[in-house]
Design a protein around this ligand. Sequence first.
Ligand SMILES: CCOC(=O)[C@@H]1C[C@@H](CC)[C@@H]2C=C[C@H]3CCN(C(=O)[C@@H]4CC[C@H]5C=C[C@]6(CCCN6C(=O)[C@H](Cc6ccccc6Cl)NC(C)=O)C(=O)N54)[C@@H]3C(=O)N12
Length: 113
Amino acid sequence: QTNTEQSIASAKANVMIYDDSNKKWNPSGTTPGLSKVQIYQHLLNQTYRVVGRKIQDHEVVINCLLQKNLKYNQANQTFLQWRDSKQVYGLHFQSKDEADMFTQTLKMAVDNL
Ligand SMILES: CCOC(=O)[C@@H]1C[C@@H](CC)[C@@H]2C=C[C@H]3CCN(C(=O)[C@@H]4CC[C@H]5C=C[C@]6(CCCN6C(=O)[C@H](Cc6ccccc6Cl)NC(C)=O)C(=O)N54)[C@@H]3C(=O)N12
């Protein structure tokens, strides 16, 4: 069945992955740059995932299923981060409003799980 997933949040952000060994943030994907990041809700099995694609070349730079009791943190006005079993993701938004909207939706999704 088509469109089993619907986008419930969309924003532009720099998608970052934390390099724990070097204690630094690296851009996710092959080149740094802005991505369109969305939260998709799967309508049949009520799961949610964060998918991000580079604006320039559509490279998928994040495709993260949101787990129940995910630990996330809005570290500052434009930076949202969360960790899963493997790594720490960071989304660096262009505006506080986009960060707030995205974080609110992520919270709602996780609370629904
Ligand atoms: C010119 C300076 O360069 C910057 O501004 C760099 C580049 C900026 C653009 C990408 C980016 C933006 C914003 C700031 C905001 C602060 N910050 C950090 O990294 C802080 C500083 C210390 C460092 C230490 C650890 C680290 C890294 C990985 C995870 N984590 C934790 O603390 C987690 C957090 C957490 C809490 C609760 C739930 C989930 C999670 Cl994930 N805790 C735990 C218990 O998991 C973290 O967030 N850290 C960013 C930053 O510096 N930068």
